[in-house]
Design a protein around this ligand. Structure first.
Ligand SMILES: NC(=[NH2+])NCCC[C@H](N)C(=O)O
Length: 478
C-alpha cells in the first residue's frame, strides 16, 4: 500500500506530520528570540489552548474523524489536556495526524538508534560525557522529550530548545514517492533535521522510502576552502522553499535559506532519478520577511492562489522603470527571477517566466490541466500597507486540507476580505468545530472555505499553517 505520496499542494490531505508546541517554546528568552528565529517571546499556554489545539482538532476532523467527533465537549472540559499529550492514555494517537515526538519515541526503542542518536545530539550540542551518561538512564518517553526540549525531567537545561520544530514543513518534503531532506541554513534548526533524518531512515512508517531519500551534501571542494571563503557558501535547503505543485513539477525557492547550489544539486538528483520532469527555481529577495517561498504564495485549489502582490506582476513595471534607473533613480520594487528547467530526452531545456502569476497560471493550466478561470488572491487585498503587514503574519501561508478548503490565520482581515470577494466563505475555527459537532456542517461537504485559526501567539513564531504541516499523503489532484 502506498502510504507516502504527495504529488500536489491541493489533493485531499490524508496523512501529515505535525509537532505541537512543546515546553521548549516557553523557554525562549528575549536575548535569544532572534537567534532562535522568533520575533518575540510567546505565551505557551495561550498558544496551545487557544490556538494550536484548534488546529489539531480541525486536522483530526478532516483526517481521522472518529478521534474527535462527538467528543469535543469532553476533550475541552479536561483541563489537564491529556488528549494532546503523547505519553498519556487519553492521547489521540492517530496514524493520520502524526506527532513528531511519537515517531521519535518509537525509534528510540531501538537500542542501536538510541545510542547513535543520543551520541549525535550530544556531539552537536557539545554536551559533557557526564550528561550523555545521564541521558542513557532516561526512559524512552523522557529521552524523546529531552532531545526536543533540551531540558531534563529535573528541569536542568542540557542544551537549547528547538522551538521551530512546530514548523515541520521545513524538515523535508515528499516529492511523489521520494523524500527530499532539508539541510538547514540556520544553526537553530540543526538538531531538528538530525532527529528527522534518524526518523525517516529508521521508522517502519517510512519503510517504503528506503532508497528514496534524497540528501543535499557539500561539494568536496568546499572542505578545502579557507574559513572566510566557506562562509555563506554552504549548500542549504529548507522545506518551506520546496513545493510539490503537480506530479511532474516541483518548485524550489532560492532565498534567505536555500542556496542556488543546493537547488542545483536537488535538480540534478531529482532529474537523474526521474522523480519529476520539471523544476522551477524562484529566486526571491533575501530578507527575513520572505524567508521561504511558502511565505509569499500558496495554493488553495487548482485555479486559486494566494500571494503577495508587491512581488507579483512587478516585471512589466520594472521594465518601464528601467529608463529612470538608467538616469540614476533607485529601484522602488523587488523582483523575482524565475527559471524553469525541463528534463527532455534530448537534454534539459530552460524557460523564463516574467512574473509569479505567469508561472502559477502555467502550473494550473499546463501541469494540472485545470481550465477554470485562474484567481489570484492578494495579501491584504492588495491595499497599501496591508499587503506587507498581513504577509508578515502569514496571510500567504495557507494549508489546503482539500481543494478549495484551506486553513490560515484569523488576524489577516484584509486578505480574508479578498477571499470573500473571490467567492470564498470564511469561518472561524472554533465556530466550524461547533458546526461539525452539531452536524450542521461536515468536512466532506465543505466547499470553497477558508478556516480562520486564532493566531495572536502563533504568528509571533513567524510561520503559518502551511509551515506547521509536513504532508506525507495526499490524494492526486488530477
Ligand atoms: N516554511 C516556513 N515558512 N517556515 C517558517 C519557519 C519560521 C521559523 N521561525 C524560522 O524562521 O525558521
Amino acid at each position: 500500500m502506498q502510504n507516502i505520496f504527495v504529488s500536489s499542494e491541493v489533493g485531499t490531505l490524508r496523512r501529515l506530520i505535525i509537532h505541537s508546541p512543546d515546553s521548549g517554546l516557553g523557554k525562549v528568552v528575549p536575548s535569544k528570540a532572534q537567534d532562535w528565529l522568533f520575533e518575540d517571546i510567546v505565551h505557551l499556554q495561550t498558544m496551545r489552548r487557544d490556538e494550536y489545539d484548534y488546529y489539531l482538532k480541525i486536522l483530526l476532523y478532516f483526517l481521522d474523524k472518529e478521534k474527535v467527533q462527538g467528543k469535543l465537549k469532553e476533550i475541552d472540559a479536561d483541563t489537564s489536556r491529556d488528549f494532546y499529550k503523547p505519553e498519556k492514555e487519553k492521547y489521540f494517537k492517530s496514524d493520520k495526524v502524526i506527532e513528531f515526538e511519537s515517531l521519535l519515541a518509537d525509534i528510540l526503542h531501538m537500542p542501536e538508534v538510541r545510542t547513535e542518536l543520543t551520541a549525535a545530539v550530544c556531539a552537536i550540542e557539545e554536551c559533557s560525557f557526564q550528561f550523555q551518561k545521564e541521558l542513557a538512564k532516561l526512559s524512552v518517553i523522557d529521552l524523546a522529550k529531552v532531545l526536543i526540549t533540551g531540558t531534563m525531567p529535573s528541569n536542568k537545561m542540557l542544551f537549547p530548545p528547538i522551538p521551530n520544530l512546530i514548523f515541520t514543513r521545513d524538515i523535508g518534503i515528499v516529492v511523489n514517492d521520494h523524500l527530499l531532506l532539508n539541510k538547514p541554513a540556520k544553526y537553530a534548526r540543526t538538531r531538528e533535521s538530525l532527529l528527522a533524518k534518524y526518523i525517516f531512515f529508521n521508522h517502519p512508517v517510512f519503510a517504503n522510502l528506503r532508497g528514496k531519500i534524497i540528501e543535499i551534501t557539500e561539494d568536496e571542494n568546499h572542505f578545502l576552502l579557507a574559513e572566510e571563503e566557506q562562509e555563506g557558501r554552504l549548500n542549504t535547503l529548507e522545506g518551506g522553499d520546496v513545493m510539490m505543485v503537480a506530479p511532474n513539477h516541483l518548485l524550489i525557492g532560492v532565498s534567505e535559506r536555500t542556496t542556488v547550489e543546493a537547488a542545483r544539486q536537488a535538480i540534478d538528483l531529482l532529474f537523474a532519478k526521474k522523480v519529476v520532469s520539471k523544476i522551477t527555481i524562484i529566486k526571491i529577495p533575501q530578507k527575513r520577511d520572505y524567508m521561504h517561498i511558502d511565505t509569499i504564495f500558496t495554493q488553495i485549489k487548482c485555479n486559486v492562489w494566494v500571494l503577495l502582490g508587491s512581488l507579483g506582476r512587478v516585471q512589466e513595471e520594472a521594465e518601464k522603470q528601467q529608463t529612470w534607473e538608467q538616469l540614476g533613480q533607485k529601484p522602488g520594487y523587488e523582483t523575482l527571477i524565475i527559471k524553469q528547467f525541463i528534463n527532455k530526452p534530448d537534454g534539459v531545456k530552460i524557460k523564463d517566466f516574467a512574473n509569479l502569476e505567469d508561472l502559477l497560471g502555467s502550473v494550473t493550466r499546463d501541469d494540472l490541466n485545470c481550465y477554470d478561470e485562474i484567481k489570484f488572491i492578494y495579501s491584504g487585498n492588495n491595499q497599501f500597507p496591508y499587503g506587507a503587514r498581513e504577509q508578515w503574519t502569514d496571510s500567504c501561508n495557507l494549508l489546503a486540507l482539500k481543494a478549495g478548503v484551506a486553513i490560515g490565520y484569523d488576524r489577516n482581515d484584509h486578505t480574508a476580505q479578498a477571499f470573500r470577494n473571490a467567492g470564498f466563505k470564511t469561518i472561524n475555527a472554533i465556530e466550524l468545530l461547533e458546526k461539525f459537532e452539531s452536524n450542521e456542517l461536515s468536512p466532506e461537504t465543505l466547499r470553497d472555505t477558508i478556516i480562520m485559526l486564532p493566531s495572536a501567539e502563533l504568528s509571533r513564531a513567524r510561520g503559518g499553517s502551511h509551515c506547521m504541516s509536513l504532508p506525507i499523503l495526499r490524494d492526486n489532484a488530477i
